[in-house]
Design a binder for this molecule. Structure first.
Ligand code: NAP
Ligand code: MG
Length: 461
């Protein structure tokens, strides 16, 4: 009998679908099909590959509302967020549909001949996706991978497979050749592990926890398999006394409570210059209480539930009864894995809530005295994913942006992800960059070819 997984709506606790759970043998079969399809896919002329990706983007566009509804039911995302996420799949496919025709190599001056480089695809790419942003994280891997001529086997998180399975159908409807883009739902320890271990998978893209990411990197080392890692974060939102405090405070809740805090870029540490600390907290309180935590199918919803009961228990463990709760927002009663937005202050910087990635709607607020101290606190973390700097002083904005050890930063904004620009982490937040022009490097190898034109002058070796 085939094993299955019941997909639960985190806002209602009702089972919304039952999905087969693939075995290691199923995974091997998918990898074999993707490896066979690679031969044909890499040979598809660039213009035709581009056209197929544009058709895939158009199919996603036509199905946007359906995809969004699937994500609301599967992951508890607010309908507004889920619509953005489905649109992001379309946009990222459109963006990388420009790549096949622009995957330029170089011509390098040498003696005795001509030297050119090619950006060759790698083969079968295994993409392992977490549950927090099932659609965007999937497309950030598969769109550039396919554009560069690779085939893809994608494993969604066991608890959130529905949109990935739908995207595989849309790819087929759009005319992508059979087996070029395969989605294999199942357990990380089974399907994910097999992708890491199988010699015909030539690249792994993993997004998820830092611990699993380290194990995957070690697994890839056995075959010197390249790996892109997008791991955890504990990003700092640094507010200087010269910032537009009202704007910074109004935006801060959404920088950490969006997606119920289940965001690797969540600004879960707010660092505030001491001279404006009290005023900032006074502005933050109504902003937090104003976050609409409600039925995610409502257009007005700004935050939904957490993904599972287990995850809620983990988040709640960071807020014991004696925790320094400054104030908190609201959350519905009744079924669903709800947790209210929670602000902790003052917090001991060594406390677990100030150090660990909570991955829920809990934020700590910490004072600092000057620029040097803000940078020191921001960097006092094994993570280095994103962050924000709020100041009206351009020199300070650039100084601090250069000094904070993260892969992505925003000034007077909390945006982390723009598909035109590279995204990824420093330190233990990850390895490699997704999105923007950089992502294509993660899915190609440079091949150098020398062609002798004048054997008489050719240099030995
Ligand atoms: P996780 O365990 O790292 O899972 C991420 C993905 O890896 C899932 O598809 C998972 O499959 C798969 N996986 C698990 N073990 C594997 C293995 N041994 N080999 C190959 N693949 C494997 O993350 P999680 O359990 O979903 O979340 C735990 C914590 O990770 C969160 O609380 C949060 O702190 C962090 N997290 C970070 C991000 C991020 O964007 N940086 C995203 C999600 C989670 P299954 O789902 O089937 O187990
Ligand atoms: Mg896990």
């Amino acid at each position: 009998m085939t094993a299955t997984h019941d997909v639960v709506n985190p806002a209602t606790e009702q089972v919304v679908a039952t999905v087969p759970s693939a075995t290691a043998e199923d995974t091997d079969a998918a990898i074999a099909r993707a490896a066979a399809a690679y031969v044909g896919w890499r040979a598809v002329p660039p213009g035709d590959r581009a056209r197929l990706l544009r058709r895939f983007a158009a199919a996603v566009d036509a199905d946007r509302e359906h995809l969004a509804e699937l994500e609301v039911a599967n992951a508890g995302h607010t309908i507004g967020n889920a619509r953005w996420e489905a649109g992001n799949v379309r946009d990222v496919l459109d963006y990388y549909s420009g790549a096949p025709e622009r995957l330029f190599g170089r011509q390098i001056p040498v003696s005795g001949g001509v030297d050119v480089t090619f950006k060759e695809p790698l083969g079968v790419v295994g993409i392992i996706v977490p549950w927090n942003f099932p659609m965007p994280i999937a497309v950030w891997g598969f769109a550039p991978a396919l554009a560069a001529g690779n085939t893809v086997v994608l494993k969604p998180a066991e608890v959130t497979p529905l949109t990935a399975l739908r995207l595989a159908e849309l790819a087929r409807d759009a005319g992508l050749p059979e087996d070029v883009f395969l989605v294999v739902p199942g357990k990380g320890s089974v399907v994910g592990q097999r992708l890491v271990d199988h010699p015909d998978v030539r690249k792994i893209v993993f997004t998820g926890s830092t611990d699993v990411g380290k194990a995957i990197m070690a697994g890839c080392a056995a075959q010197v398999k390249p790996v892109t890692l997008e791991l955890g974060g504990k990003s700092a939102n640094i507010v200087f006394a010269d910032a537009q405090l009202e704007r910074a405070a109004a935006a801060a809740p959404y920088a950490v409570f969006d997606n119920a805090g289940q965001d690797c870029c969540a600004r879960s540490r707010i660092l505030v210059q001491r001279s404006v600390f009290d005023r900032f907290l006074a502005l933050l309180e109504p902003a937090v209480q104003g976050v609409r935590v409600e039925d995610p199918t409502r257009d007005t919803a700004e935050m939904g539930p957490l993904i599972t009961a287990e995850h809620r228990a983990k988040v709640a463990s960071y807020v014991p009864d004696d925790a320094p709760v400054a104030f908190r927002g609201t959350a519905p009663d009744g079924p669903g894995f709800w947790y209210p937005p929670t602000v902790l202050a003052p917090v001991d910087p060594a406390a677990a809530a100030a150090v660990d990635e909570i991955f829920g709607p809990v934020v700590v607020v910490i004072p600092f005295d000057d620029e040097a101290e803000a940078i020191r606190i921001a960097n006092d973390s094994p993570y280095g994913l994103s962050g924000s700097i709020w100041t009206e002083n351009v020199g300070r904005a650039l100084r601090v942006a250069r000094a904070v050890e993260t892969g992505t930063l925003s000034v007077n904004s909390n945006a982390s992800v723009r598909y035109w620009t590279p995204f990824g982490g420093a330190k233990q937040s990850g390895l490699g960059r997704e999105l923007g022009p950089d992502a294509l490097d993660a899915f190609t190898d440079v091949k150098n070819v020398f062609i002798a034109t004048d054997p008489a002058t050719e240099e030995p070796s």
